[in-house]
Design a protein around this ligand. Sequence first.
Ligand SMILES: NC(=O)c1ccc[n+]([C@@H]2O[C@H](COP(=O)([O-])OP(=O)(O)OC[C@H]3O[C@@H](n4cnc5c(N)ncnc54)[C@H](OP(=O)(O)O)[C@@H]3O)[C@@H](O)[C@H]2O)c1
Length: 340
Amino acid sequence: MAGISTLWVPLLTTLAGIGSLTLVSTAYSTIRFLTLHLITPSHPLQSYKRADPEPAYALITGSSAGIGFGIARALIQQGFNIILLGHLAGELASAKEQLQTLVPSASIQILVMDARTASPEEMQAAVQSIAHLNVSILVNNVGGNPVTLPPFRVLGNYSSGDVDAVINQNARFMARLTAMMLPILSRRKEEGGKGAERGERSLIINLSSAGRIGLPWLVMYGATKAFNWAFSCGLSRELSVDPGTRHIDCLAILPGDVKSQGNCEGVSANDPRSDEFAEQVVRKVDCAVGRGMKELRPWMMHGVQDWVLGILPEGVKSKELIKVLGKKKDAFNGAWEKSR
Ligand SMILES: NC(=O)c1ccc[n+]([C@@H]2O[C@H](COP(=O)([O-])OP(=O)(O)OC[C@H]3O[C@@H](n4cnc5c(N)ncnc54)[C@H](OP(=O)(O)O)[C@@H]3O)[C@@H](O)[C@H]2O)c1
């Protein structure tokens, strides 16, 4: 009997210890999750406003519609000046008009540029044209699935042009633009770090996607979003090392389904609209950056969906992704068939 109890007591003590630790860690994660989503500042992003007389600018790519326009709208309402970047001058002008009506005193600049085809020289010239402005925020938002239609296809049906178009629009453009913008975002009035504490910080936000885990019929899209995510996390760590860039925060955003111009088929009634989603991005960045997070799922239910996917065994996860993406494929490709 004595032999058995000497075996059971340490085993039960260890199991109780593991159980308590699991409980504490689950409670801690739940509280952090809830506070991130339920307690948001009414005046976010104050530390990126810079101490200049002229309000700081935010450059948002792909901002004539969808989430990019929503972020521009939320930022201008928070007192930022805005630089809209897109490929169609008419759409940009109409976006500018809407934003200007909202905040007549704000300065709104426009950069017309095609993220798929812009050469490094064109990009450098565009960056040069805004170099005199006090830009403190870069939102790498432009992205999508710019393949010849139908949009959802097996990789074997992609032309080389399709492969390159997705890489250019979702990965190459944001990587080049970020590198070109870093000297501008690095600028501070006060050298030596003090300015950064007094609201002279800079911010880079990168729109990745929950699809970075790998999506059937959108293989190139998912892969470039994984690039975007890894780029963002790596850059965030790199920036934190150098005293000259330590004041630049960098965060990847991981949306699930958001109703937008580009994602208009196969979305459910519970999915957020692009303006609702964008508002949550702007409200939750401060908390995420303050906690040292590298990625943010601003929409609460997207966080829950990702968590569930993360704990599923691979076989079940793949089955579920194939089912969900299959429905989306039918919805998108069906709409395309009808419109022909
Ligand atoms: N919506 C979602 O469910 C979802 C989910 C995960 C991740 N995301 C990511 O979030 C970002 C925004 O998505 P969204 O759904 O809001 O996109 P969207 O509705 O398609 O809007 C994209 C914006 O980019 C512009 N644009 C398109 N092609 C361009 C090009 N070649 N050069 C410059 N600008 C261009 C569009 O202008 P035009 O209107 O003139 O074409 C539009 O203003 C993307 O990176 C996307 O991958 C979205």
